[in-house]
Design a protein around this ligand. Structure first.
Ligand code: G3H
Ligand code: 13P
Ligand code: ZN
Length: 317
């Protein structure tokens, strides 16, 4: 069942975070639904600008609509990830997306407000929610390479008031991609909880979104490299920090890179161990299983696992 992100946030706020997972193809889509069903979690499917170009947006919509029928117990929202104004209007018009992200965070404050407000007006007229972004994450976002600028809580309050956006992606120390922080022995990355806390104080009940939330597990990177990969040593967001952030109002946690690492590990190991094979389904089967396992695990650490029936009951009221 396709629902809105607002419906999911209402259930999750202050208790757990909803996993927002990017998809690009059939195997990921099947694994995603399987993992969420086995862990009994509501979830958000994210489609990026790049995914819409890679698979063609019509394939993605067709696959998701089919998955909705094949897995009738699933409860999820469909979200445009890192949209520009043009993508947002296209998704709003489509009648398929539950919410869109307008990412104008690389613009100056006033320009970010003006762009976001235009998208909010168009989206709200169709009952669609808008995620906006304020501050700058590090790493590479689509084609934009940015340096970190933490979200200013007072600006966040003004931004939300003036744009009317429904949720806000905040820069709290994370960054996109596999190369987040240098893995240094004895040093553990910490989210900027003081920023999250301050934003929650100024915007009580307002959903925050955390991008760049992959954990880049060392074991995964080691297995990829042992099978011929060359992934640099790096580390991501420690999974034990998701729940404390969720309790402070972080409702949506975006994960893409960890799924890509699963894909790379499964394929590298499979072809290393079976050099004679060439049927894409032979590697597709273990990938779907491993991807589903990763999703179920993430839902456990996000706290969303096990909440599916309760969300279903709340939606019926
Ligand atoms: O934050 C970006 C997501 O990981 C999507 O990546 O733009 O390469 O599809 P993409
Ligand atoms: P990761 O690169 O950490 O998986 O972040 C994904 C993301 O923020 C998608 O919007
Ligand atoms: Zn992102």
């Amino acid at each position: 069942m396709i629902v809105t992100t607002a419906q999911l946030f209402k259930q999750a706020y202050g208790k757990y975070a909803i996993g927002a997972y990017n998809i690009n193809n059939l195997e990921q889509t099947v694994g995603l639904f399987k993992g969420n069903i086995t862990s009994k979690a509501p979830f958000i499917i994210q489609i990026s600008k790049g995914a819409r170009k890679y698979s063609d947006k019509r394939f993605l919509e067709g696959m998701i609509r089919a998955a909705d029928q094949i897995y009738p117990d699933a409860i999820f929202a469909v979200h445009l990830d890192h949209g520009d104004e043009e993508n947002c209007y296209d998704c709003i018009k489509s009648g398929f997306y539950s919410s869109v992200m307008i990412d104008a965070s690389h613009h100056e404050f006033e320009e970010n407000i003006a762009i976001t407000k235009r998208v909010v007006d168009a989206a709200h007229a169709k009952g669609i929610s808008v995620e906006a972004e304020l501050g700058q994450l590090g790493g590479v976002e689509e084609d934009i390479v940015g340096s970190v600028k933490l979200t200013n809580p007072a600006e966040a309050k003004e931004f939300v008031k003036r744009t009317g956006c429904d949720s806000l992606a905040v820069a709290i120390g994370t960054s996109h991609g596999a190369f987040k922080f240098k893995a240094e022995p004895g040093k553990k990355f910490s989210l900027h909880f003081e920023v999250i806390e301050e934003i929650q104080k100024l915007l009580p009940g307002f959903p925050m979104v955390m991008h760049g939330s992959s954990s880049v597990p060392k074991e995964e990177v080691d297995r990829i490299n042992a099978a011929g990969g060359k992934i640099k040593d790096s580390s991501g967001v420690p999974e034990d920090q998701f729940l404390p952030a969720a309790k402070m109002g972080v409702c949506k946690v975006n994960i893409d890179t960890d799924g890509r690492l699963v894909w790379t590990r499964v394929h590298r190991e499979f072809f290393r161990d079976h050099p004679e094979k060439f049927d894409l389904r032979d590697v597709g089967v273990p990938f779907i299983e491993e991807y589903a396992k990763m999703i179920a695990h993430k839902n456990q650490v996000l706290g969303s696992a096990g909440h599916l029936d309760e969300v279903r009951a709340a939606l019926k009221k």
